[in-house]
Design a protein around this ligand. Structure first.
Ligand SMILES: [Zn+2]
Ligand SMILES: [Zn+2]
Length: 341
């Protein structure tokens, strides 16, 4: 079978390797689609390094082709599935306290990390969820990114009645918008790119605000919230100004999630009294737990969150390097790789 190996930054080669032989407790799946996430982009351009060579890919949908004899779940050959490829040990303090997304052993040697840019994968049953046959497999590949947004919204307790600011209208920003709207929140989106704000409005954002001028931005968010500010804010863009201005529009008791990661180690000049006197809650989120993933799968399967308008382009597997370059150019929403025929 074919697998795409990143051998060094900016170099992906498709190699012919042995098809994995599933163990008795594993399931063999044929990958259908795999999205190119920020992680893959950062691995490709060298900003992030795990090890070389590595087969990237973690936003995958697939079809089951073989079920091992010791698999106890009811997954069957032919089932459409989505993959949750985090290695969770289920034994470390992080796993045992609801932070399995940060499992202490997830990158330990000897395990497969990522790996979905392959024609086939052997996975453990807990690394997949079955989706209905009528959910298109390209849309199903959004289960992973959507689950990270769900974790983000859960961590800052976004609920019905809240006004939420989503700062940054890229793919992850807009997925946050869709999830927050599905929960029943009122959503304001900010960005400095007009076309992105228009897209945010088109997918249902209640209001959009241009963030290019910080004073106008603050005034406008205050106006939209009767001077109160927003109950919750998710920062999805690595712009430091975005994080800094987010504090200026939080309501008393406001919750802020730093969803984005940063390539350097920026320091935020925040007046501690602002946090103290307003009882702000500031957190970050990375990845998703199995529960977040399960919620995302059901939201997609039940068509409570539709993602077809976030698929910008689909490349065939042979053109994976081109697909990553296109994603890196930054103008598109999700770029998918179609793995099979
Ligand atoms: Zn992802
Ligand atoms: Zn663990």
């Amino acid at each position: 079978m074919k697998s795409a190996f990143l051998t060094e930054p900016k170099h992906i080669e498709i190699r012919e390797i042995e098809q994995p032989v599933p163990k008795a407790y594993e399931v063999l799946v044929k990958i259908a689609y795999c999205g190119i996430c920020t992680l893959e982009q950062r691995l490709y351009d060298g900003q992030r390094k795990i090890f070389y060579p590595i087969v990237p890919g973690h936003e995958a949908s697939a079809v089951v082709v073989f079920v091992g004899s010791e698999v106890i779940t009811d997954v069957k050959v032919g089932d459409h599935v989505v993959l949750d490829l985090v290695n969770r040990c289920h034994a470390c303090p992080a796993c045992l306290s609801g932070f399995s997304n940060l499992c202490e052993n997830r990158y330990k040697k000897g395990q497969r990390v990522l790996g979905a840019f392959s024609e086939y994968m052997a996975v453990r049953p807990e690394q997949l969820q079955v989706v209905p046959d009528d959910l298109p497999l390209d849309q199903a590949s959004f289960a992973e990114p959507l689950s990270c947004c769900i974790r983000s919204l859960r961590r800052i307790e976004v609920s019905l009645g809240d006004t939420v600011l989503v700062s940054g209208a890229g793919t992850m920003g807009l997925l946050h918008v869709k999830a927050a709207l599905a929960i029943g929140a009122r959503v304001i989106v900010s960005d400095i790119v007009h076309a992105r704000l228009e897209d945010a409005r088109r997918i249902g954002a209640d209001a959009v605000v241009d963030a290019s001028d910080t004073n106008t931005f603050t005034t406008e968010v205050k106006r939209l919230t009767r001077n109160r500010g927003v109950e919750a804010c998710i920062v999805t863009t690595p712009s430091l100004t975005a994080a800094e201005t987010a504090f200026s529009v939080l309501a008393v008791g406001g919750r802020l999630n730093i969803y984005t990661s940063y390539s350097d180690k920026p320091v935020l000049p925040i007046d501690m009294n602002t946090i103290h006197r307003n009882e702000f809650v500031v957190t970050g989120t990375e990845g998703r737990s199995e529960s977040d993933f399960y919620t995302a799968v059901r939201a997609l399967a039940n068509r409570k969150i539709l993602v077809d308008d976030l698929i910008s382009s689909v490349y065939p597997f042979e053109k994976i390097a081109e697909a990553v370059e296109a994603a890196l150019a930054g103008k598109l929403y999700r770029v998918l790789v179609k793995m099979g025929d």
